[in-house]
Design a protein around this ligand. Structure first.
Ligand SMILES: NC(=O)c1ccc[n+]([C@@H]2O[C@H](COP(=O)([O-])OP(=O)(O)OC[C@H]3O[C@@H](n4cnc5c(N)ncnc54)[C@H](O)[C@@H]3O)[C@@H](O)[C@H]2O)c1
Length: 189
């Protein structure tokens, strides 16, 4: 099965591509390298491109006969989202809608969307349970929550549901691909 990994040159996307390859899937990475690293793409083809480019998205889906998408490409800093909200809504919402449109046009039915605990805002309790109220307190969380709410209403994409075990424990680095740590000015992302 060929899986398009958007943002596959980034931190989580590159590890996901590796695991996909090790599990018998074929990861095709699309990334604009805005925060990603070309050398992190080692487990399948790399397409240098941006989610804003609808033609490219469709071409990649058709050319590689993509059957599913794992969507990591996004801006992912809470603090930065407070300073640059328009960029966050444009990249994390508008460009995601672009991706969903391309999927619908190319009849790619399955997507796993990487959301964030920032959709919950100030949590009522920790660890955050899935049923807690989602009240984001920054544009990053707002943008991700918007996409969560759009997904079920997207026709062929209506089967998209949160995985019961979504979320994870994570340290600053995992796996065997290392990169310099980046300062993150938020409690979680
Ligand atoms: N790191 C975490 O702890 C964490 C936790 C929860 C959710 N997430 C989500 O997981 C995803 C990946 O996070 P990460 O920490 O690996 O970040 P990252 O910055 O390392 O990876 C994001 C990747 O997306 C690419 N990208 C961004 N905009 C793009 C666009 N328009 N077109 C193509 N490529 C684009 C970047 O170049 C980068 O390689 C994000 O969606 C983030 O919101 C991350």
């Amino acid at each position: 099965m060929r899986v398009l990994v958007t943002g596959g040159a980034g931190y989580i996307g590159s590890h996901t591509a590796k695991l996909l390859a090790q599990s018998g899937f074929e990861p095709i990475v699309l990334d604009n390298l805005s925060t990603g690293h070309r050398e992190a793409v080692q487990w399948g083809p790399f397409v240098l491109g941006d989610l804003v480019d609808s033609n490219l998205l469709r071409q990649v889906m058709r050319g590689y006969e993509i059957q599913a998408v794992i969507h990591f490409a996004a801006h992912a800093y809470v603090g930065e989202s407070m300073r640059k909200p328009r960029e966050y809504f444009r990249n994390n919402v508008v460009n995601t809608l672009n991706l969903l449109d391309a999927m619908a046009e190319e009849k790619v039915k399955y997507i796993i969307f990487s959301s964030t605990c920032a959709t919950y805002g100030i949590p009522q309790e920790v660890p955050i349970a899935e049923h807690q109220l989602q009240r984001p307190v920054n544009p990053y969380g707002e943008a991700k929550l918007f996409v969560e709410r759009v997904l079920p209403s997207r026709g062929a994409l209506s089967s998209a549901r949160p995985h019961p075990r979504r979320g994870r424990e994570h340290g600053p680095q995992s796996g065997d691909w290392k990169r310099p740590l980046r300062a993150r000015n938020h409690h979680c992302c």
